[in-house]
Design a protein around this ligand. Structure first.
Ligand SMILES: [Mn+2]
Length: 397
């Protein structure tokens, strides 16, 4: 498949990062393969922060760039890798990344020694340790740091996560087109399911058909395991039990996304299967009202905190209307609405982001309010992907 983002995009990203850190040697490592079984790896997935600055989807590469130099370091390949995986294609690496210096290990070590003797100030991206990720697959920066320390023990290494996050939050026109396409494909795919809702009895049937629709429309498939939750199941925020029942005359919650040329969408719909009660319709309408007001509220200068606070205020009002809370029970809103209303969207579904900065034009975020009433077996969420524009916002669809 021909890549839609070319060397000029990655080059521009390198320049944007160097504008933030002009005195740094920026060194990023790509992901490695992860073994799945005796003689198989998991499908390779590049580190998105690495990819954003060079566009290369190969394992074990290192990217080095500063105001005065840029090069790619190739991994050592043993003869079995050369036979089974093929030689690394230098010409392709140059064409994709726009970087012409492609060095093997020994040359790279010499080059880094020279560079560090003049300027030992290195910047890289170091991920926070997350308690809920049990198996650490993102340890490449640790390997990179020990590699660099072997070359120069007293090197200083700064974490450039914040700057990288701020760059990735603001999308280029081409990135916006890709996310828009991913969103459109997802919305269409859900709409096709909706046209034949009565035929489904299990979530697996819906999941398979959604996947077929997404692939037929040119996406690369799911950007996360979809949430397909019927009736009471929809009150569980990240419901993911496979082969669950699709109940007649209940609401069905679908939270689905796909990748289009590496860029993600994230869409939620709550739809009636057959006839639902007046109460279910009221909750559905309440969440839709909140979502519309939130999307109207978005404009450059607003903070993510502002959006969260406004969403809680709006949901509180609806919970009062629904006679679930009284007007003195604001502190109980989170019981019926326990998740955040927004996140940045891009290469990652929950994109690499710095939520302390305010909205600016060309950010893409999701707006996903919900109301969950476990005792009544009603869960409703609506989510759309939103572009921040100069004057306000635009739904990507
Ligand atoms: Mn989401």
């Amino acid at each position: 498949m021909e890549a839609l983002l070319k060397a000029d995009f990655f080059e521009k990203n390198r320049h944007r990062l160097l504008d933030l850190y002009p005195d740094h040697i920026i060194i990023l490592s790509g992901n490695s393969h992860v073994q799945k079984s005796l003689d198989q790896n998991y499908p390779f997935h590049q580190d998105n922060n690495f990819w954003y600055f060079c566009g290369l989807d190969l394992a074990d590469l290192i990217l080095v760039f500063s105001k005065t130099t840029q090069f790619i370091i190739l991994p050592k390949q043993n003869k079995y890798q050369q036979i089974f995986d093929g030689f690394l294609d230098k010409e392709q690496i140059q064409r994709v990344s726009g970087i012409f210096d492609v060095l093997d290990q020994s040359k790279a070590v010499e080059r880094l020694k020279q560079i560090f003797s003049k300027n030992p100030k290195v910047g890289t991206v170091i991920y926070p340790k997350l308690k809920y990720l049990t198996r650490l697959n993102q340890q490449n920066h640790l390997t990179l740091i020990s590699y660099l320390k072997r070359i120069k023990p007293d090197i200083s290494i700064n974490n450039l996560s914040q700057g990288v996050a701020r760059l990735r939050m603001v999308k280029s026109p081409k990135e916006i087109k890709l996310i828009n396409k991913a969103s459109k494909i997802t919305i269409d795919s859900i709409a096709k399911i909706e046209q034949n809702l009565q035929k489904y009895v299990s979530s697996d049937q819906i999941s398979k058909d959604l996947r077929i629709n997404l692939l037929k429309d040119g996406s690369d498939g799911y950007s996360f395991d979809p949430i397909i939750a019927s009736g009471r199941d929809s009150t569980i925020i990240h419901f993911n039990k496979s082969n669950s029942d699709i109940l007649k005359n209940k609401l069905l919650l679908l939270d689905v996304g796909c990748f289009y040329h590496k860029y993600a969408s994230d869409i939620s719909r709550t739809i009636p299967v057959g006839r639902v009660t007046k109460r279910e319709k009221e909750v559905q309408a309440a969440v839709l009202r909140v979502q519309a007001q939130l999307i109207n509220f978005l404009e450059p200068g607003k903070s993510f905190k502002d959006i969260e606070a406004f969403s809680r205020k709006l949901i509180f009002r609806e919970l009062i209307n629904l006679k679930i809370l009284t007007n003195k029970q604001f502190s109980l809103v989170n019981k019926y609405y326990p998740h955040a209303v927004t996140h940045s969207l891009g290469l990652d579904v929950h994109d690499f982001a710095d939520y302390s900065i305010n909205l600016t034009p060309n950010m893409v975020i999701t707006i996903e309010p919900g109301i969950y009433l476990p005792t009544e077996g009603i869960g409703v969420r609506f989510e759309d992907d939103i572009l921040i524009t100069k004057k306000g916002s635009k739904i990507l669809r």
